[in-house]
Structures are given as C-alpha cells and as structure tokens.
Design a protein around this ligand. Structure first.
Ligand SMILES: Nc1ncnc2c1ncn2[C@@H]1O[C@H](COP(=O)(O)OP(=O)(O)O)[C@@H](O)[C@H]1O
Ligand SMILES: [Mg+2]
Length: 250
C-alpha cells in the first residue's frame, strides 16, 4: 500500500451544467495505480477526461463515486496537498506580477521562509531553464513557453513527493518540450513521483515508465509502452490511439 502514490478505483464523474443542470458524464469507472518513483503518462485525445480526472485528484472537483487516494490520503483532506505539486492545464496567474514575484508568493504560501525560499527559487528556475532576466518581467508579457516554465517552477518549489502536471508540454516548441522532459527526468531522479497528462505521444514515449490511455472517459490500456504496443500489435502509442479512436467513432 505504501508503494502507491496515486490510487484511483472505479472513479465516476458527472458534470452538471447550464440552467437545467444537464448531466454530462465524463468518467465511466476509471482505475489506475501509480507507484512511488514512477513517471506515469496519462494520454488520450482532447475531451477524453484527462483534466477531469486530474482535477478530482487535485481536490478541485468532487467525484460521483469510486476511491481516490494521493499518498494514501483522500484529496478532500487538506493534508493530501502538503506533499503535492500541481500544474493546472490553464494556470491562472496574477499577470501584473513578475514570474519571480509569483514564485515568492506561492513559495511563501507553502511555508518556505526567506533564505530557503530564495535558494529553492534559484534551484527551480535552473531546473526549468528559466534563470534569465525575463523572470523579472510581468507575466502578461510571457510566451506560452515562459508561462509553462514558471508554472512548473511554482509546482516544484516545495520539492513535493508527488507532482501532478496537466499538459506540461502543451503549446511549447520542440526545445521547450525538451526542457520540460528534462525537468521531469531530473525531478524524478531527485525522488519525485510524476503523473502527467499529454497528447504529445512522442514525449510520453520518451520518458514515461508506464502510461494509461483514456478514451471517452474509459481507460483503454495501461502498462509500459512496450507492453501496450506488443499487446496491440502496433508500432507506437500513436498507432494504438489511432486504432482506438477510429473504433470509437460510430
Ligand atoms: N466544466 C465542465 N462542464 C461540463 N462538461 C465538461 C466540463 N469540463 C469538461 N467537460 C467535458 O468532459 C469531457 C472531458 O473533458 P476533459 O477532462 O477536459 O478532457 P481532456 O483533458 O482529456 O481533454 C469533455 O467532453 C468535456 O467537454
Ligand atoms: Mg485537458
């Protein structure tokens, strides 16, 4: 049990939206386990349910039913977030702050004090390749790549045991994606477990120990890239996904 960083068992989630609170079911009983020390990729097409599952993990959305544990704790409990770093899909930032001010603000919230905080900010900025002058500019002037780097730096300042990243590579150019891949590998080497979603399958193949594929709110495959490609007789995750998606279209 203690080996498990994330446990999701038979998770169902339905949204209720609009004036009539119409129901839209987005997760149909998904299950997965992420072991401590893993880099685990959560893949699937747009609208498959990745962000929904991640928001349930982060304690931002309530599940309908099922079991969810982060390092053995329920996401509804505040203590589940002490050892958690989270990068939302669309990070909301106070855009009149500079990247540096933002990091000071979030680092302070997680209880880091003065000299340690400065040390961690320098460490995090180096790791995401953002130790440059633009870090003192206002966030509203940032490119997507700069935003993602600051978002990632924010998520790791307190050196969390578990990192949950929603599309950390989205909107980045190839060099930006490489920086994020390398940051994930470096953090994992330092002991963090990383669960991240992505639809950039080549990146996922390059760095994940295991992956889970989600399509239309259901997990279609879980395992190492080798296991999944072997089991399906395909050459790559992209081929597996293409086959699954063409099957899902009526
Ligand atoms: N706030 C919401 N209200 C209603 N439906 C939503 C909401 N957020 C997401 N959905 C729907 O849930 C499904 C899964 O979305 P999402 O989890 O964002 O997928 P992904 O992150 O894999 O692209 C989609 O059909 C999407 O339209
Ligand atoms: Mg998403």
């Amino acid at each position: 049990m203690s080996e498990c960083a994330i446990l999701i068992k038979d998770l169902h989630k339905t949204y209720r939206t609009g004036f009539w609170l119409a129901k839209k079911k987005s997760l149909f009983g998904i299950s997965l386990e992420v072991k401590k020390g893993e880099i685990f990729g959560f893949i699937g097409p747009n609208g498959a349910g990745k962000s929904t599952a991640i928001k349930v993990l982060a304690g931002l959305l309530r599940k309908d039913s099922g079991e969810v544990l982060l390092l053995g704790k329920e996401p509804s409990k505040a203590e589940s977030r002490i050892n958690l770093g989270y990068l939302p899909e669309q990070p909301y930032f106070y855009d009149s702050l500079s990247g540096y001010e933002l990091l000071k603000f979030y680092g302070g919230l997680s209880g880091l004090k003065d000299s340690l905080l400065e040390e961690r900010i320098s460490w995090a900025l180096k790791l995401v390749n953002a130790d440059a002058d633009w870090i003192y500019r206002r966030l509203r002037t940032y490119s997507k790549g700069m935003q993602q780097r600051v978002g990632l730096a924010q998520a790791i300042l307190h050196k969390p045991e578990l990192l949950i990243l929603d599309e950390p590579m989205s909107g980045l150019d190839p060099l930006g994606r490489r920086d994020v891949r390398e940051a994930i590998l470096a953090l994992n080497k330092e002991g963090s477990t990383i669960f991240y979603s992505s639809h950039v399958l080549s990146d996922v193949e390059a760095i994940s120990h295991r992956v889970a594929m989600i399509i239309d709110g259901k997990i279609s495959h879980t395992g190492t890239v080798e296991e999944i490609t072997k089991e399906t007789g395909r050459n790559s995750l992209e081929d597996v996904l293409a086959k699954e998606v063409s099957r899902a279209v009526p």
